[in-house]
Design a protein around this ligand. Structure first.
Ligand code: F6P
Length: 328
């Protein structure tokens, strides 16, 4: 906590974009202005902070964006910000605009940056979890996850139609380099037979056995959802392995890719983002520093950034028992 009152705040989006980031920016800008603060947009994440790409926002600057995917502030993954020189330049630029509080919307990489920055300099930072991966502790959901999962579901439902028509095995790779939540949720919601994710060790030969057993009882249409960062190296690798073991099976692969990052945010993401953006400004006004704003059991929840970047959410084993039973 700090007693210093903020008067000019900055907001940025950083790392992979996530649908709902615009709704969060809108909430920050309008809540800040309502409370008499000046609000500045830092463009292109930390890179724009280093390059002094900073613009004053008005209430109208965020008109007509609540429904838009992407981020009007643009985003980047800045390597330079992870150097002391980069952070110093960024600090001097914020100071030159009189910015005395910062709101960072991004994932764990972005929070690591915010943490380092606010430990070195006298600018309080508040984090908002904006990532389709949902791989941050301290919030039940992250901005963008619901939209990404719904995009994956609508694509997998379409794949199911054609897979069923041809009695095929489909491997579908979804996003998640280090996290399997998109795979887990979209797999369960589409009735997939198997879900392969980085957080859970898969016995691939057991998967093969179960496919062989299904073949015997003429259940030839099967869906396997694989997170891009699973232990085998993603959908292509899994497909290769299964093809070797089941040479007669009709197997196809679809990699969903970046369509999961775009599109208009769902209602859930717009509301999550609006609540978080609104409360992030209140946090700065109350003198909070280095916390991530989350929502747990529908209540606002504040986690020190240091914990939010270290802890991962745990995935219960019982998800996998359920998947097996429901797809049997
Ligand atoms: O962090 C979100 C995410 O979409 C991950 O799921 C994915 O692995 C990564 O970003 C891809 O990042 P980029 O678009 O920079 O390749």
């Amino acid at each position: 906590m700090t007693d210093k009152k903020v008067t000019r705040i900055g907001v940025l989006t950083s790392g992979g974009d996530a649908p709902g980031m615009n709704a969060a920016v809108r909430a920050v800008v309008r809540t800040g202005i309502y409370h008499g603060l000046e609000v500045f947009a830092v463009m292109r994440g930390y890179q724009g902070m280093i390059e002094n790409d900073i613009v004053k926002m008005e209430s109208r600057s965020v008109a007509n964006i609540i429904q838009r995917g992407g981020t009007i502030l643009k985003t980047a993954r800045s390597k330079e910000f992870f150097t002391p020189e980069g952070r110093k330049k960024a600090y001097e630029n914020l100071k030159s605009h009189g910015i005395d509080g910062l709101i960072v919307i991004g994932g764990d990489g972005s929070f690591n940056g915010a943490l380092k920055f606010s430990q070195e300099f006298d600018i309080p930072c508040i984090g908002l979890p904006g990532t389709i991966d949902k791989d941050i502790a301290g919030s039940d959901f992250t901005i963008g996850f619901d939209t990404a999962v719904n995009t994956a579901i609508s694509a997998i439902d379409k794949i199911r139609d054609t897979a069923d028509a041809h009695d095929r095995l489909f491997i579908i790779e979804v996003m998640g380099r280090d996290a399997g939540y998109i795979a887990l949720h979209s797999g369960v919601a589409t009735g997939a037979e198997h879900v392969l994710i980085p957080e859970h060790k898969t016995d691939i030969d057991e998967v093969i056995n179960s496919l062989q057993e299904k073949e015997k009882r003429k259940k030839l249409m099967n869906l396997i959802v694989v997170a891009e960062g699973d232990e085998f190296g993603g959908g292509e690798q899994v497909t290769k392995y299964i093809k070797e073991k089941l040479p007669n099976a009709d197997i196809k692969i679809t990699v969903l890719g970046h369509i999961q990052r775009g599109g208009s945010p769902t209602c859930a993401d717009r509301i999550l983002a609006s609540r978080m953006g609104y409360h992030a400004v209140l946090c700065l006004m109350e003198g909070r520093n280095n916390v991530m704003v989350g929502i747990v059991n529908d209540q606002m929840h504040y986690t020190p950034l240091v914990k939010a970047v270290k802890a991962k959410q745990q995935i219960d084993e019982d998800w996998f028992d359920m998947i097996k039973i429901l797809a049997s």
